[in-house]
Design a protein around this ligand. Structure first.
Ligand code: NCD
Length: 320
């Protein structure tokens, strides 16, 4: 299996072949996860530390479960109660953890670029679980696996990504991935929620939702990232729902077999109507959660193989 990477910091660093390798392995883990006994020993003997400097429910749970199913020793650092609160820098925390010899470090941080900074200081494999508005690679990969399983392919699909594009690391990673896999991307949202330099993203941009959804195969909704907004980006949630909230009437403009996605957590009645979110004929939101565990297992498995190979090479060198 060819996956020549030491860390998983972003989709930016992954060529299409690496994406396909990872998704193919994740498909195998989906099958394992549906069995009664879900254990493998791919990470046996290895230590995984999860460091979440920002709130997370599903991503942290998903990484924890993924590590445990693969036999790793998994530790969750309670960052809120740690020395970080006492003023320790990110790098000091990283060096302290590094001294405990982890093999896999899963990091979420509110600052864009913080995870890459940390990766440069430690000896283990680092997985980015979301850094600011920059990247969230495992989310884009689980979205890709969900789409590939529902549509049978990733190329030549029309994917509409709707809502708060400007503050969304999910959107950024998905745009990079889907562009790389040759899908057509439409970004839909109010101009205030479009990032600067949007023209360079290679996507079509719409501020009218119905026009943007026309014929789309995949409709990906995003949460309004209020924690990353420092002013009035939208007139009101009510007005936002009226123009950009996904309801049955707007969804009718997409392809008849379009799937509806959302990374969670959802704000029902703000970006999506609750009934659409729960409609098992359209919504694949629960599948996304299922694929999340499998994708994280695949990512950690591939990085651990490289880690072991690199260490093996070193031991041989020392012994020679
Ligand atoms: C996303 C995130 O944290 O970026 N959630 C997730 O990982 N499931 C999206 C969001 O918070 O809106």
């Amino acid at each position: 299996m060819h996956f020549p990477h030491r860390h998983l910091l972003g989709i930016e660093h992954l060529p299409p072949a690496s994406i396909t390798t990872l998704l193919d392995l994740a498909d195998q883990y989906v099958a394992l996860n549906r069995r009664e006994v879900k254990h493998s020993d791919a990470l046996a003997g290895l230590t995984q530390i999860n460091m979440f400097f920002e709130a997370s429910t599903r991503t942290q749970a998903s990484f924890e479960l993924a590590g445990k199913r693969l036999g790793a020793d998994v530790m969750n650092m309670a960052v809120a109660q740690s020395s970080v609160k006492k003023g320790e820098t990110l790098i000091d925390t990283a060096l302290t953890l590094n001294a405990m010899h982890p093999d896999l470090l899963v990091v979420r941080h509110p600052a864009s670029g913080a995870v890459a900074l940390l990766a440069a200081k430690v000896n283990c494999a680092v997985l980015n679980a979301g850094d600011g508005r920059h990247e969230h690679p495992t989310q884009a990969l689980l979205d890709a696996l969900t789409i590939r399983r529902a549509k049978g392919r990733l190329h030549r699909l029309t994917v509409a990504i709707c809502g708060d594009i400007a503050h969304s690391r999910v959107a950024r990673s998905n745009i990079l991935l889907l562009n790389r896999m040759e899908s057509r991307i439409r970004l839909i949202g109010p101009p205030t929620l479009m990032p600067a330099g949007i023209a360079d993203f290679g996507c079509e941009v719409f501020d009218d939702m119905r026009a943007g959804l026309k014929g789309a195969d995949v409709v990906m909704m995003l949460r309004l990232q209020k924690e990353r907004m420092d002013g009035g980006f939208i007139p009101s949630e009510r007005e936002y729902y009226h123009r950009y909230g996904l309801d049955a009437e707007k969804l009718a403009h997409a392809a008849p077999d379009a799937i509806v996605m959302h990374p969670g957590p959802m704000n029902r009645g703000v970006e999506i109507d609750g009934e659409i979110a729960d409609d098992i004929n359209r919504s694949v939101i629960q599948e996304q959660v299922e694929m999340g565990v499998a994708v994280r297992m695949a990512a950690m498995d591939l990085l651990a193989r490289n880690l072991r190979a690199a260490r093996g090479a070193k031991v041989t060198e020392v012994m020679a």
